[in-house]
Design a protein around this ligand. Structure first.
Ligand code: PEP
Ligand code: MN
Length: 337
């Protein structure tokens, strides 16, 4: 249920609504639109009567939300959410590309990659310091050392950085170094983690779980927004199907579906989706054509030597060739890249 205030409603009237919501056993959460404020009721609204709120001065109407998600929904916020990261606008007119290695391996490797992807037009540097590997014997990432390397590379290049956080207790330290917190596919339904990043001031990229439906993904995002953090980017990275010739199956239709039901920016990860460097460029172009707000792409200066995901990492030269193609596709649909 949401309370839509009159455009002229005063702050005192809004506070009256919030107090009434609290008295009804729910938590009020404001969504500030261009003209009106919407106050959402977080909690169990079953049994509540809209009239209990409709009579309060300053209230325009009370609406029941049809879907199980509220704060992420376009019903609550019709306009696209735009997230600002160090001057980079995510979810706006420009398609934004994040690029970098799967894992941070050394300062030299990250610096070399960062300079190359920045020159080609990437706006955010990706790199894993804590890696969720399928096998416990695979490279697990450099940990804190990797975060420090990211900070050094950011200092030299000015590129903001995104990195994965795997557990609730690591959120404060990762948030100290990272500009965007990545929640990996394997953790999409790690609710304690979602609740903690919901309290963080850092934007969050939420990857779709390997076998999660779109609705489950939106409900996972709802946890983060319900915690108070409205800066969430959704990322489709392929789902598990019967197909084995690609690592996962990219659900390209998730882009228009997510954009229809949610105001949050939608990204595609063509690297985890395909698992093969050879297919990354074609799938990246398709993602932009389908209306994705951005891409997160794995780039490695020497993929054969990569400590993780070398098969799906493209070389800096390939990335440099891809960027003008993405700009052309973006232009064809009335956007920039
Ligand atoms: C990654 O980005 O390297 C990664 C592990 O992604 P995902 O969580 O989508 O598998
Ligand atoms: Mn990877």
């Amino acid at each position: 249920m949401v309370v839509v205030m009159h455009p002229q409603a005063t702050e005192a009237q809004k506070e009256h609504v919030r107090e009434t919501i609290r008295a009804l056993g729910c938590t009020p959460r404001d969504v500030q639109g261009e003209e009106v404020t919407i106050i959402c009721l977080i909690g169990n609204t079953r049994g509540l009567q809209p009239e209990q709120l409709e009579i309060i001065p300053g209230v325009d109407r009370v609406q029941r939300i049809q879907r199980p998600f509220k704060l992420v929904s376009r019903e609550v916020q019709p306009s696209d959410s735009i997230i600002q990261v160090d001057g980079v606008e995510i979810g706006g007119h420009e398609v934004v590309v994040f690029a970098g290695p799967c894992s941070v391996e050394s300062k030299k490797q990250l610096m070399e990659t960062a300079h190359a992807v920045q020159k080609a037009g990437a706006k955010i540097l990706r790199g894993g310091a804590f890696k969720p590997r399928t096998s416990p014997y695979s490279f697990q990432g450099l940990g804190i050392e990797g975060l420090k390397i990211m900070a050094e590379v950011k200092k030299e290049t000015g590129l903001p950085v995104i990195t994965e956080v795997m557990s609730p207790e690591m959120v404060p330290v990762v948030a100290e170094y990272a500009d965007i917190l990545q929640i990996g596919a394997r953790n999409m339904q790690n609710y304690p983690l979602l609740m903690v990043v919901g309290k963080s001031h850092r934007p969050v990229m939420l990857k779709r779980g390997l076998s999660a439906t779109i609705e489950e993904m939106l409900l996972a995002a709802e946890y983060v927004l319900a915690g108070g953090n409205h800066q969430v980017i959704l990322c489709e990275r392929g789902i598990r199907t019967f197909e084995t010739w690609t690592r996962n199956t990219l659900d390209i239709s998730a882009v228009p579906v997510l954009k229809r039901y949610s105001h949050l920016p939608v990204f595609i990860d063509p690297s985890q989706a395909t698992g093969h460097a050879e297919y990354v460029s074609a799938v990246s172009c398709a993602a932009v054509a389908a209306g994705a707000d951005g891409l997160i792409i794995e780039v490695h200066p020497n993929p054969e030597k990569a400590l993780s995901d070398g098969e799906q990492s493209i070389r800096p030269e390939v990335f440099a060739e891809l960027m003008p193609q993405l700009r052309a596709v973006a232009q064809a649909i009335g956007r920039t890249a």
